[in-house]
Design a protein around this ligand. Structure first.
Ligand code: SF4
Length: 266
């Protein structure tokens, strides 16, 4: 892993993601290294994804200046990185940014697949408006490690949801991308665990083959019997419909509010 400390000239960028006005990414690159991540194509990043992180050391100071003149709006923390990837334990940039956002009364939406999110519970509780989404794609640990090598184990993510809910924060679970052979095989246990942790809002999303994703997914499943299914999920535009229908039906049975994360055709 190549870690570089860098300076940034801007902190907030406009966001077109649903529900967000701004995107804030304290790191460039992400050591969680999800096989299906499409941040490299969004960032036009040529370095091998998951093997480098640029640490934007001055981002809290840059953010503090920007917040004085920006119109108030919801800030998505970690749209092309995970603000709670392991390096956050050393640099605390996400925490320092949250302090600034709290000071300037900006609403915050956090999304993560790391239980490190709990380290900032004290601060998150002080934010005027905050919601935290925790991504959990499967309860099958071998498959999780295959697709998301350095995310927290799913059981720990469920515990993170429980802790966030116990602290009174608004949470949602992100079941996405739906991973053939991994998400649907543990879907009931996953949704039940989410519900038992106190989260009732679930967003789902299909696997999206943005540029560069197929090559990494193919590498990840090449040695398994799943390769033909993944090829079908790439080629057949209707492939995910039965999997999505199953999640929607299970959600209804369990009393969860399940929504598609992105508008159809996004
Ligand atoms: S945690 Fe998010 S940003 Fe990081 S590699 Fe995974 S999908 Fe990409």
């Amino acid at each position: 892993m190549k870690v570089r400390e860098v300076s940034c000239s801007t902190a907030l960028s406009p966001s077109s993601l649903p529900g967000l006005d701004y995107a804030l990414n304290p790191y460039r690159g992400c050591s969680i290294g999800c096989v299906y991540c499409y941040s490299p194509s969004v960032l036009r990043e040529a370095r091998p994804w998951g093997r480098f992180v640029d640490v934007k050391r001055n981002i809290p100071a840059v953010l503090a200046k920007e917040l004085k003149r920006k119109e108030r709006g919801t800030v998505g923390l970690g749209t092309v990185t995970d603000g709670y990837q392991p390096l956050e334990g050393r640099y605390h940039l996400t925490r320092y940014c949250l302090e600034q956002l709290a000071r300037h009364d900006f609403p915050v939406s956090i999304q993560t697949k790391s239980s490190l999110v709990l380290k900032d519970l004290d601060l998150q509780r002080r934010l005027p408006e905050v919601e935290v989404g925790v991504t959990i794609t499967t309860m099958d640990e071998a498959m999780r490690r295959r697709f998301e090598p350095f995310s927290s184990p799913s059981a720990r993510l469920i515990e993170a949801l429980r802790g966030l809910n116990a602290a009174g924060l608004r949470t949602w679970a992100f079941v996405g991308p739906i991973l053939p052979g991994a998400t649907e095989t543990t879907a009931e246990a996953l949704l039940r665990s989410v519900r038992d942790a106190g989260t009732t809002h679930v967003m789902i999303d299909r696997l999206r083959y943005r540029p560069g994703v197929w090559e990494r997914v193919e590498d990840a499943v090449r040695s398994t019997t799943l390769l033909p299914r993944y090829a079908a999920s790439r080629d057949d535009p209707r492939f995910f419909e039965p999997l999505e229908a199953r999640l929607l039906a299970l959600g209804r049975e369990l009393g969860l509010r399940i929504e598609f994360a992105f508008p159809r055709g996004w």
